[in-house]
Design a protein around this ligand. Sequence first.
Ligand SMILES: *Cc1c(COP(=O)(O)O)cnc(C)c1O
Length: 393
Amino acid sequence: MLKLPIYMDCHATTPVDPRVLEAMLPYFSERFGNAASRHVYGWEAERAVDLAREQVASLIGASPKEIIFTSGATESNNLVLKGAAEFHREHGDHILTQATEHRAVLDTCRALERRGLQVTPLPVDRYGRVSAEQVREAITDKTILVSIMAANNEIGTLQPIRDIGRVCREKGVLFHTDAAQGLGRVEIDVEEMGIDLLSLSAHKIYGPKGIGALYVRGRRPRARIAPQMDGGGHERGLRSGTLNVPGVVGLGKACEICQQEIGAEQERVRGLRDRLRDGILERLSDACLNGHPEERLPGNLHLSFARVEGELLLLGLKEIALSSGSACTSATMEPSHVLRALKVGDDLAHSSLRFGLGRFNTEEEVDYVVGRVVQEVTRLREMSPRYETAEAL
Ligand SMILES: *Cc1c(COP(=O)(O)O)cnc(C)c1O
């Protein structure tokens, strides 16, 4: 039986996997200890944190000592960018990033510019990709950090992380990637990809909100950043504050499940996404795909429907949890910086939808969504005077 509403917005957040919740529950009740306490309650919490650190590290090919728990990817991105800027102030003042980063990177860069740093946001191609060559050409002797996301949260485009990592290593510049979307959905290995710093978040991988981590390379070469939170010196001095033990346990479990299931899950979710894409594009004219046709997250579909107002479309599809593809953030109704960077026209940008499929979506749900999207786009086009004009031409 199909259950409504249908959740298809896995880039915004994901439901907590029941196995993750089960692992967390004891740490809200009988195992409530502070992981820093030196008694039996503390040791129990500490053991759970140690296991979670191993689970997170294992998913990205790191060592447990290189994992710093934070409140999520926003905090990890702030810590990396501000921490690198502070630590390497003497060596340089230039940060290299790209135009379609998450606001947690771009807004932090803007804050650093106000402190006098130079930031270069590289332009992307029409699929939302930067190239390693662009990175190579833009690195100067003042560059202290390159920050390029693994996968985009709107259009799902994957960046050539491995190639960029190689260039950064060659040039001796720290390489950070915001992997909040990429983690658990595509393979990421910090050794193979030459990543020095990596941000991740539990709630994008079927874990709880408010917990994440930063990977900080420990050797060959050690990545150095300055802490941005002072206090008891937790997390090797990089992030003070009593650990959120249930959250940490949940993040660890979520990573363990991703590692075990990523292969099968990728295939299944990609299959659902392709079914959704083909179902809609075969039945509707004047609809197009945004982002890269192949180099994209398995669960991401981003479509523009000519002559349809995206917000109206969402209103008509109330029983389906989707995001407007233009992700307008301000009162100005400007399309998102991501579609801007792809040079998608404002009209098409305002007529787009972002579908985020994940672990718990079913074929039945996909077929329902295909039917409803086709029905609603057709209805809105028939009502629109713009559509009639276009048809008459
Ligand atoms: C969700 C997301 C973030 C923010 O993560 P939080 O844990 O919610 O702070 C950062 N970057 C990307 C790419 C994201 O998708």
